[in-house]
Design a protein around this ligand. Sequence first.
Ligand code: PLP
Length: 399
Amino acid sequence: TSSIFAAVEMAPRDPILGLNESFNADTRTTKVNLGVGVYFDDNGKIPLLGAVRAAEKTRLEAAPPRGYQPIEGTPAYNQGVQKLIFGADSALLADGRVVTAQALGGTGALKIGADYLKQLLPNATVYISDPSWENHRALFEAAGFPVATYPYYDAATRGVDFAAMKACLATLTPGSIVLLHACCHNPTGADLDAAQWAEVIAAIRERNLVAFIDMAYQGFADGITEDKVALDLFAASGLQFFVSSSFSKSFSLYGERVGALSIVTATRDESARVLSQLKRVIRTNYSNPPTHGGAIVASVLASTELRQQWEDELAGMRLRIRAMRTGLVDKLAARGVAQDFSFVVRQRGMFSYTGLSAAQVERLKAEYGIYAVSTGRICLAALNTKNIDYVADAIAAVL
Ligand code: PLP
C-alpha cells in the first residue's frame, strides 16, 4: 500500500524565509541581510528591551502558576492594548464599544479576525493594497475569502496613488472588506496622511464597506500617539471596524507572539454578543493564548516607570532607523549617485521600496553578499554604523 503522502507536492518556499536560508549559508564575513522584517540594534542584534527585562525579572521572582488564561486573554492585557491603540480617554472604551482578545501576534489577530468575518460576511471579497505584506493574501484566502487588490503604490512618485485608491474604493460592492495599514506600510513605507484617511473613511461609509486595520508598527513612524491617527479618525467616525495590533516590533517580542484583535461595535450590547462569537473562534483554534508575553506587556504598560522606559527605548529604535535613512541618502549622494534618493527619508517604518530592480538586487547578492527582497524592499533597521558604508558602496556600484 502506498503512503497517503505519496502524491504530496512540495509547496513553494516562503520568499523571505528562503532569503534567510541563503543568507545563513553565505560564508562571506561582509554579508548583510536587508531582507528581514526585524529591528536590529547598531550591533546587528535583536534587542531585549530593558523594560521587558525588568518585567521578566519581577515575574520570574513571583513565580506565578501557569494556569489557563481566559479564552480572550486577561483584562489587564486587553485593557492595556485598548488604551494604547485607542487612547486612555477614548469614548469608545467608555461606551463599551470595543471587544479585544489577546492573539498570537499580529498574524494571529488577523487570522481570528478573518475566521470571524467569514462567519459574519461569508460572501465578502477582501481587498488588500497593491502591494501588501505577502501574508495578507494567503491568510484571507486560507480563511475562505476571495482576495483582490486596490491600487496603492505609485512607483513614479514613490508615494500613494491616492486618486486611484479612492476611485477603486468607490466601486466596491457593499459589504466588501478593506484591509488597511495603519502606519509604516509594509512593504512600501508610503502612508496616508490624516486628510486622506478622512477621505477613505468617507468612502467606506458611503459604500458600506468593512475596514480591517492592521497596525503592526505603532511607534515606528512618528510616535505612539501620532501613529494611531487612522484609528483616532475611525473611532470618531461612528463606524464599526476591526483592528489587528502587534507587540512583535514595538516590544521586540517577536517570538513570544503577542498581539491582539480589537473589534469596534455600535453598542455595549453588540460587544457582548460579538465577544461570545469571537471566543468560539478562538476556542476552536487554540483554546486560549499563552501567558508569558502578554503578562510582560501588561505589566510594562501598567507601570509608570516601565512604561516610560519602554517609550524611551521605542523612540530609540525609531530614531536609529531614521538616522540610517538619512545616512544612506547622504552616503549615496557622497558617492556621486545622481539619482535622487531623498524619498528614502520620507518613507516610514522599517522598510524602503528602493526602486532597485530584481537584476540589481541579484547583483548585490552575487557580488557583495547583500541580501534584499527582489522587489527592491530593504529593511533600514538592518543597517548600522558598521555596515552602512559597505552597503552604500555596493548600491552605488550596481546602479
Ligand atoms: N502585519 C504586517 C503589515 C506586518 O508587517 C507583520 C510582520 O511582519 C505582521 C502583520 C505580523 O506580525 P506578527 O509577527 O506580530 O505576527
